[in-house]
Design a protein around this ligand. Structure first.
Ligand SMILES: O=P(O)(O)O[C@H]1O[C@H](CO)[C@@H](O)[C@H]1O
Ligand SMILES: Nc1nc2[nH]cnc2c(=O)[nH]1
Length: 271
């Protein structure tokens, strides 16, 4: 139903569907109209695929991604990544919302994901469990360089250019299955483990993307501070997460649009 063959996939996190607004020649499909595609069940996830172009780069935006806590298997959660690999995508830009574990972070910071901790994976909830499909990648993929160094560097450059270096950070994202937010003891454990932020998504998609040889960049918007202290009164909720995403969506959209036009240039120069 589309003649576009995207080179870049953007996965939009909670409240970040607006990232697609920077694209031209848009063509939108609802997940519910695509055979075998999962549907979004969470507020802030529109459940649409938007094809479009940014400068000369053809891209596709997933306005909404899927989570373990919705009841999907990790095979369903990561299914779109493999579809887009087959269609010809080379680069995946994942975005999400997360809570800060690192006490130096602030609400509204944009964290470039340097690395991740796959907590559900440690417990056997891993998208690559089961027979390995050799058409996509090897049995034992290396994950020590899951997030492209070149793309991380490019993000710092773009951030400086658009004047948002004050709220760009870099750090380690930890995935938990959710749907509850962390207890204080869990948050303290994550701090000890070396996590800078915590959320309930994207690690399965990144793992499958890396397995099939895609270049990955991850941006996590810090929407709340995770309580590490029993005396702290504030309580996190999903409405607050969506409100902060809305507040930062415009600047993130500008960043993502610039990154896409530049990263394809980088890819042409390095391949
Ligand atoms: O990771 P995304 O979907 O962006 O959103 C994060 O925010 C939601 C909770 O408020 C959870 O879905 C969590 O994973
Ligand atoms: N697990 C988790 N996910 C989030 N998504 C947005 N904020 C948070 C948080 O504090 N914890």
């Amino acid at each position: 139903h589309t003649s576009q063959r995207p080179k870049v996939l953007v996965i939009c996190g909670s409240g970040l569907g607006l990232l697609a607004d920077g694209a031209a020649n848009k063509q939108t499909f609802r997940y519910q109209d695509i055979p075998n595609f999962p549907v979004s069940t969470v507020e802030g996830h529109e459940g649409c695929l938007v094809f479009g172009t940014i400068e000369n780069t053809s891209c596709v935006f997933m306005q909404g991604h899927f989570h373990l806590y919705e009841g999907y298997s990790l095979c369903q959660v990561t299914f779109p990544v493999r579809i887009f690999k087959l269609i010809g995508v080379e680069t995946v830009l994942v975005t999400n919302a997360s809570g800060a574990i690192c006490p130096d972070f602030k609400v509204g910071d944009i964290m470039i994901i340097k690395d991740h901790i796959n907590l559900p994976g440690f417990a056997g909830q891993h998208p690559l469990c089961g027979p390995n499909d050799e058409r996509f990648g090897i049995r034992f993929p290396c994950m020590s360089d899951a997030y492209s160094k070149d793309l991380r560097r490019l993000t710092w450059d773009v951030g400086n250019e658009i004047g948002c270096s004050d709220f760009i950070r870099e750090g380690v994202y930890c995935m938990v299955s959710g749907p509850n937010f962390e207890t204080i003891a869990e948050a303290r454990m994550l701090l000890i483990l070396g996590c800078d932020s915590v959320g309930m998504s994207i690690v399965p998609e990144v793992t499958v993307a890396k397995h099939c040889g895609l270049r990955v960049l991850g941006l996590s918007l810090i929407t709340n501070m995770v309580s590490l202290d029993y005396s702290r009164e504030e309580k996190v909720n999903h409405e607050e997460v969506l409100q902060i995403s809305k507040m930062r969506a415009e600047v993130l959209q500008k960043m993502v649009t610039m990154l896409i036009s530049r990263c394809q240039q980088q890819s042409i120069n390095t391949h």
